[in-house]
Each structure stands twice: as C-alpha cells, then as structure tokens.
Design a protein around this ligand. Structure first.
Ligand SMILES: Nc1ncnc2c1ncn2[C@@H]1O[C@H](COP(=O)(O)OP(=O)(O)OP(=O)(O)O)[C@@H](O)[C@H]1O
Length: 325
C-alpha cells in the first residue's frame, strides 16, 4: 500500500519548522463506526494532504458516506479521532467548519422556497459572510453551478441534478479551505458532470483541498491527484494516483498474426497471458518483455506491435476490491 502519510511525514521532516499538522487538510486515526454488529467503518487512518484532490472510491456499502459524515461531524464515531485543518473534531467544530464546504446526501433545503431563497438562508448562517455581501455571494454561487435561470423556481420542482447543483452552490458560498463532495455527479447529465469537473479543477487551482467520493472511476482518474480506496469498511489503499497506478504493475500489449497460437506458445512456456482488445496482454511482474517476445518468435508467431501499458484505475480498483470467494 502506498502511504500518503509516509510521504507527507517526510515532507514535514524536511521542512522541519512549520507545524507538521499543516501537511494535512484532514486526518483520521482509528476512525470507526459500528451499527449493531455491522462495522460500517472499521478503524481507518485516512490522510488528506493539503491542496490535493482526493477521490474516495469503493463499492456500495464500503463505508464512504459514513466516513465523510464522521469527517464533517454529522455523526459521532464509535472510536477514533478526526482532525480537520489542524483542529480536533468535535471540540473545535465551530472554529473549523466555516472553512469547510460540504455537499452530502439529502441537503436540508426547504421544498417551498426557491433555490435563491434557500441559498439566502444558508448564506445568513455563514459566520464568515458579512450581511452586505450575502446577495452577491448567492448570485455568484448560483452562476457558478449554472442555476441562475432556475434560481427563482421552487426547490420542490427541481430535478435531481438541479438539487445537486444547489447543494454545491451552498458549499461554495464563501471561499473554503476544504470542500467535501459526496457523489457530486449523482443525477447529473454528461454536461453537468463536466461542469463539476471544471469546478473541482478551479478549486484545485486556487489551492483548495477537495475530497470527493465517486463511483465513476474515469471521473476520478480525470480529476483527482490522490485516491483512497475503501472496501468493507477498511481503507485498502491510499496515495498519489500516479504512484498507485504504477504499483499496479506494467504489462505488455502485443498485436500478433495469430492470437490463439500466441496464447498457446506463451502458456506452454509458463507465461500467463490473456486476450484483451484483440491483442495479447502479458503481466510483466514475473517475466520481462524480451523473454516474452523471444518466446513468440521461437514459436513462429508474427509480432506486429508490442507496447508497454500501465494498469488503469479500473484494473487497480478491481484488484483491490475483488471478493475473496
Ligand atoms: N444508519 C445506519 N444504520 C445501520 N447501518 C448503516 C447505517 N448507515 C450505514 N450503514 C451500513 O454501513 C455500511 C456502509 O454504508 P455507507 O453508506 O457508508 O457506504 P457507502 O460506501 O457510502 O455506500 P454507497 O456507495 O452505496 O453510498 C453499509 O453496510 C450500510 O448498510
């Protein structure tokens, strides 16, 4: 497992002077939540580096939402601790939560008020927003999520995607140091999904840390600098996306004149291979590329092209969360 914590600890050690806690926007230690006999989250040490865009991935029921709710102080952990922007939760919640924007399931908007009216109510509760700035902050947040035209319609009539956008607008009412988004693309069409990607990129560009849970691996691969993979309430991997993908191991994709003959030749020589996208795919963790090619040539299998590939996030995710059965 590639540990972000290790890297961050090293950064802290080299920098020496600043408080090491500043390396993280969020950190948990032994964080656990049980419901009866079910451990929704089974004691995790999550480390979210400042300035990163961290994608929290995991199959249904793996504990993503429960983790996010504990991070935001919405539910109380059974055990373990949470630190946000260097402050312990829940003791220092009042100090730190105004700096954290969040989009979590079921935002409590009023169904009979318009989107704008709902946001005005949210804005009035923001301690870091002066009353004379409320109107312009609401207008800007509505514009940013593409809701200006629908701003004066009742929330009750909003589509799921519009409700998501309004939740995001509430999270973005004031500049935040950390933005936490639970499944932000839920209910959005491809254009809406692209807009969320754009908003995350904008937040990242100004140094905001973003923690985003998602089922969409391609989305995470395109937007995130780091990933945390959850499975059955545990954290099975966390770290920089590039390093984690690298740890997935390189492979060779070979186009040949005869896939079946190629597959047989490799297997006869103890090299495991499979057919993928009309090519032979050979894992290079136990054999090197020249040996693979020499084996094919010896068996008189024509090699048209051979190129090294890296495991994608989908491969990595499948490997980490495969059921043992
Ligand atoms: N309030 C609760 N009472 C009982 N069990 C719960 C409660 N909340 C969550 N769980 C259980 O805890 C586990 C983790 O749920 P959680 O919602 O955190 O997973 P998730 O990864 O967010 O799933 P999904 O991707 O489906 O949203 C599941 O088995 C779920 O049924």
């Amino acid at each position: 497992m590639t540990e972000v914590a290790d890297q961050a600890e090293q950064v802290g050690a080299v920098a020496a002077a600043p408080t090491p806690v500043e390396v993280y926007a969020a950190r948990t230690s032994g964080l656990r939540k049980t419901y009866g006999d079910t451990a929704a989250v089974a004691g995790i040490d999550l480390a979210v580096p400042r300035g990163a865009v961290v994608g929290v991935l995991g199959p249904n029921g793996s504990g993503k939402t429960t983790t996010i709710r504990m991070l935001l102080g919405l539910i109380r952990p059974t055990a373990g601790s949470v630190e946000l922007l260097g402050h312990a939760l829940p003791d220092e919640a009042d100090r730190v939560l105004p700096k954290v924007g969040a989009l979590v399931e079921g935002p409590g908007f009023h169904p009979f008020l318009s989107g704008r009216e709902n946001l005005l109510r949210c804005a009035a509760m923001e301690p870091n927003l002066a009353s004379q700035d409320i109107r312009s902050a609401v207008d800007e947040a509505l514009r940013r999520v593409g809701l200006t035209a629908a701003a004066d319609r009742r929330f009750r009539g909003y589509s799921l995607g519009m409700k998501q956008r309004l939740g995001l607008a509430a999270a973005l009412l004031v500049p935040r140091e950390l933005v936490v988004l639970d499944e932000p693309t839920n209910g959005l069409d491809p254009a809406g999904t692209r807009e969320i990607r754009q908003i995350i990129a904008e937040l990242h560009a100004v140094g905001t840390t973003v923690l985003v849970s998602s089922h969409l691996l391609a989305e995470v691969e395109a937007t995130c600098t780091h990933v945390a993979v959850m499975h059955r309430g545990t954290l099975v991997a966390q770290g920089g996306l590039a390093e984690l993908l690298e740890s997935g191991g390189p492979h060779l994709m070979i186009s040949t004149s005869d896939l079946t003959a190629g597959l047989d030749a490799l297997r006869d020589n103890g090299i495991s291979a499979r057919v993928e996208q009309q090519a032979l795919r050979v894992d290079l963790s136990e054999v090197d590329a020249p040996e693979v090619l020499a084996t094919l040539v010896r068996a008189d299998v024509g090699v048209h092209e051979a190129r090294r590939g890296r495991a994608g996030l989908e491969d990595l995710f499948a490997r980490l969360t495969e059921e043992e059965s």
